[in-house]
Design a protein around this ligand. Structure first.
Ligand SMILES: CC(C)C[C@H](N)C(=O)O
Length: 552
């Protein structure tokens, strides 16, 4: 079974999604009406008659005649995966219950209704520990409803982030703003740039979601055939995409210059908009792999029409989970807490010179780390078509070449707070403010817990993670003592962080299970959020510095 949707399948998905849009209304009356129609529509449909009255009753937003034609040719089988996805993901209890009722009714009528292959939003986390769309945490539920209304689905990423509503809020606002809010780039360009960014890390999950969004925005379906089909202007972005994703320290003002000069040129604010989308999706790919996000239920590998396959898959997922739990012990967290305490009690400060040495040591040690299996599965042609130079990948900053002219990025010379944030705001509406809020919330997020321990000051540990990620990207915080990284992050955790920040597509469930063993799942997700944001900030810092140099 192919694990990537073909263009036709993607298109059918979009049409089916459109058909179900009224179910996503905040207005309970409209939802009720839509359900009623679907209910009787499906009854007649299961007898072979297409539910024309369903499609024509609700005026579809993009009334393209080709769409209308395809809509009336949609088969029940085409739509069932969507119905299943909505039945699982809709945060409105009335809709969920009714949809499960409809699915049941169809089974009674001997329709082959698919079953979900994933047990929850993450294949690393058991369903009973995940946050459900019906969660009774009011803040999370409200955010789920907003996300559902914005995207016509509650995707698995959003669901998993539901562990941290404080973060989910600015995350959704950012994503919504850069894809759907005010901004210089046309909507279809935004989704296409998101596809290009996700393809750099072979993130099928995000590529699929963005393909659907692209078509929903009325994008030209031919572009989905690959980079050869898109306007030169978009192709020109390849170079920046590739460098930003894997070796952002190589960005120079000439890259910006090349884009803004010549035929089909980009305006500076368009470049900035594109950079923010690229960085967002590179780093979101890290999160998808780091947390083992399951395929969406309506994608080809998210459901099955064969009964037995579904059950065995879920069972094996459960078994592997049980064996992992038995291996847990309490010692790790206690030790970590002791180390954190020692560090916060230490008063003698290292000299600048010592600090620099420790940073360099940390960097070269990171270069020696052997990360997860180096035999990355070859990217599928479905992904390759959106990339150029697929072999270009991360290279250790410490090994960037003998006599390299590229110095360490010193945060005191160019920092987010003092420089990046305001430049971004100037060139692209208020996006700097939104991102600033997201960075701050992530950096400061704490519940004062660690595993089963409460009232723990975790700031030194969290800072070590944040700075270690940026260290791998050559960014040095002058006032930070990198010995703390060495004290607090054990080698396996460093290797995990390195795999994720640099080669996210190589992460496996075993990697996830074998580090931070005593942490709760919500805490592992928390660490993943820090990785996402620290890396995003690193990418933006390099890009914005280049833009500043270009402007002066
Ligand atoms: C990453 C985690 C160890 C963070 C911790 N749970 C806290 O509340 O700060």
């Amino acid at each position: 079974m192919s694990d990537c949707l073909s263009m036709d399948q993607t298109r059918i998905s979009v049409l089916a999604l459109k058909m179900f849009v009224p179910l996503c209304s905040r207005d309970a009356r409209i939802r009720g009406q839509a359900l009623e129609f679907l209910d009787c529509g499906f009854k007649s449909w299961s007898n072979g008659r297409p539910p024309v009255h369903v499609t024509s009753k609700f005026h579809l937003k993009h009334g393209d005649p080709e769409d209308e034609k395809m809509l009336s040719a949609l088969t029940l089988k085409d739509c069932l995966p969507f119905l299943l996805m909505l039945a699982y993901q809709c945060p409105f209890n009335d809709v969920r219950e009714k949809l499960f009722g409809i699915l049941h009714m169809l089974r009674m009528c001997h329709v082959n209704v698919p079953s979900s292959l994933s047990s929850g939003p993450s294949s690393f986390i058991p369903l009973d520990e995940a946050i459900l769309p019906s969660t009774d945490n009011k803040k999370t539920h409200d955010l789920f409803v907003d996300a559902f209304l914005q995207n016509n689905r509650l995707d698995h990423i959003t669901q998993l982030m539901g562990f941290h509503p404080q973060y989910l809020d600015p995350f959704l606002r950012t994503q919504n703003y850069i894809l759907k809010g005010d901004g210089p780039l046309p909507y279809d360009y935004r989704n296409y740039i998101a596809i290009m960014a996700s393809a750099r890390h072979c993130c099928t999950h995000l590529v699929r979601l963005q393909k659907q969004e692209f078509l929903l925005q009325g994008g030209n379906k031919n572009w989905l055939n690959g980079l050869d089909w898109v306007p030169q202007k978009l192709q020109d972005l390849n170079e920046l995409n590739k460098i930003l994703a894997h070796r952002p320290w190589l960005i120079k003002k000439s890259h910006i210059e090349k884009l803004t000069k010549g035929k089909d040129n980009w305006s500076l604010s368009e470049v900035v908009h594109a950079i923010v989308i690229l960085a967002h999706f590179h780093c979101l790919s890290t999160f998808v792999f780091g947390c083992g996000i399951s395929p969406e239920i309506d994608s080809s590998d998210g459901h099955t029409f064969q009964k037995s396959a579904a059950t065995s898959n879920n069972l094996s997922a459960e078994n592997s989970w049980n064996s992992h739990e038995a291996a847990d012990t309490e010692a790790g967290v206690e030790l970590l807490m002791q180390k954190m305490k020692t560090i916060s009690e230490q008063h003698e400060e290292a000299s600048q010179e010592e600090k620099l040495k420790c940073f360099q040591k940390e960097q070269s040690q990171s270069a020696e780390l052997i990360t997860a299996n180096d035999n990355t599965p070859l990217p599928k042609s479905d992904i390759l078509r959106y990339t150029d130079d697929p072999d270009f990948s991360y290279q250790d900053f410490a090994k960037r070449g003998e006599g390299s002219e590229i110095p360490t990025f010193r945060i005191q010379d160019y920092s987010w707070d003092d420089h990046g944030y305001s430049l971004l705001n100037r060139l692209y509406n208020d996006v700097g403010t939104i991102l600033d809020e997201k960075f701050k919330i992530t950096y400061d997020l704490t519940y004062y817990t660690m595993g089963f321990k409460n009232n723990v000051d975790t700031s030194t540990f969290r800072r070590a993670i944040w700075n270690y990620i940026q260290c791998m990207y050559g960014i040095r915080h002058d006032d930070y003592d990198y010995r703390e990284v060495n004290e607090l992050l054990e080698k396996p955790l460093k290797a995990y962080i390195k795999t994720l920040s640099c080669y996210p597509e190589r992460t496996t469930k075993k990697d996830y299970d074998s580090v931070m063993r005593e942490f709760k799942h919500s805490e592992k997700v928390h660490v993943n959020l820090m990785m996402l944001e620290a890396r995003m900030q690193a990418e933006l810092l390099y890009a914005l510095r280049a833009i500043m140099r270009y402007m002066t």
